[in-house]
Design a protein around this ligand. Structure first.
Ligand code: PMV
Length: 325
């Protein structure tokens, strides 16, 4: 029996990963850059044993269906191949996110599972290799191996596509990200399907590709010079561009809901009042507001008034993956 357990934190991209150039290997079209956060994380235990006849996957104490288990099985196969074993496994995963947050946890989930497998099978993978493995589970998971600011190098093959920390002289410690949890009833388009549809059909996608490198350069400059305004403006612009591409897809779609627009507008109003803060969004209606700690209370106050206390969650920069057992 081989057993391992790890914890990984979620990350939010400031420069988005949007589109794959290789679906099987999850090689992205562009580099992305994220901030790992402390408020949401996943703890995952994996046990490989000859007493199991099939892989099983428990998420938050609930046995998962065939579809979810298959995804985990395929991911486990990568590690079984690396270790040269064929043992089946039990995966027990706990998401530490507020209930009904509507937050995707695939990044922290698959990063934690990668760390647990590495420990269980004593593979001795270093963090860069672990990042490559995590990438195969869910692209953004490769960034959750590291804490703070993290860049995912798109690379050109399995070996060259991984994330690495971005030197920042602890700039991230000055920052907070306020999550506005917006639950809408709409059936969402998964990030996987959304990306595919956009790459294949959106006439705006080339515009995304043409400008994302420039955005990345600016954002890295902002980190280097600890320029919060440049950081926020670049993040906000990049996120809006990503969401713009979905409007020209066929069929068109959007992740925005009326409450997302309400939150974006509130951010703009706060700026007009002299409070520097900026928003970004991912493949869902939640809005994330980046602010310096010095202005955090004003942002929290505004959003708890506009929404409810339960819908506003504050995160700070978080650490990289941790092995628990
Ligand atoms: O790794 P995935 O399949 O969950 O895709 C993440 C896509 C975005 O959240 C929209 C952007 C990003 O870089 O995290």
């Amino acid at each position: 029996m081989f057993k391992g357990k790890a914890r990984a934190y979620t990350n939010i991209a400031l420069i988005k990963y949007w589109g794959k150039k290789n679906e099987a290997l999850i090689l992205p079209m562009n580099n992305s850059l994220s901030l790992t956060l402390d408020a949401f994380y996943t703890e995952t235990e994996v046990i490989f044993s000859d007493s199991y006849i099939a892989d099983e996957f428990y998420l938050d104490d609930t046995l998962q269906d065939e579809k979810a288990t298959k995804k985990v099985s395929q991911f486990l196969d990568l590690f079984r191949k690396e270790a040269g074993i064929s043992l089946k496994a039990s995966v027990i995963s706990q998401n530490f996110v507020p209930t009904a947050a509507g937050l995707a946890s695939s990044a922290s989930g698959l990063a934690a599972l990668a760390g647990a497998c590495n420990t269980a099978l004593k593979l001795g993978l270093d963090d860069l290799s672990l990042s490559r493995f995590a990438r195969r589970g869910s692209g953004s998971a490769c960034r959750s191996i590291f804490g703070g600011f993290v860049e995912w190098e798109k690379g050109h093959d399995d070996l060259s596509s991984y994330a690495k920390p971005v030197p920042s002289d602890s700039f991230e410690d000055d920052l907070a990200m306020v999550f506005i949890l917006i639950n809408d009833q709409k059936k969402e388009v998964s990030s996987r399907n959304g990306m595919r549809r956009t790459v294949e059909t959106s006439s705006f996608y080339q515009g995304w590709l043409d400008s994302v490198e420039g955005d990345l350069y600016q954002l890295k400059q902002a980190i280097k010079t600890k320029d919060f305004q440049l950081l926020g403006e670049t993040m906000e612009r990049n996120g809006l561009k990503m969401h713009g591409t979905t409007l020209a897809a066929q069929p068109p779609f959007t992740y925005w809901s009326p409450d997302s627009l309400k939150a974006m507008d509130a951010v703009r109003q706060l700026r007009k009042q002299g409070i520097p803060c900026y928003f970004t969004m991912d493949a869902g209606p939640n809005v994330k507001v980046l602010v310096e700690n010095s202005h955090l209370s004003e942002v929290q106050e505004t959003f708890t008034k506009l929404f409810s206390k339960e819908q506003v969650i504050t995160a700070h920069a978080g650490p990289g993956i941790a092995i628990i057992e």
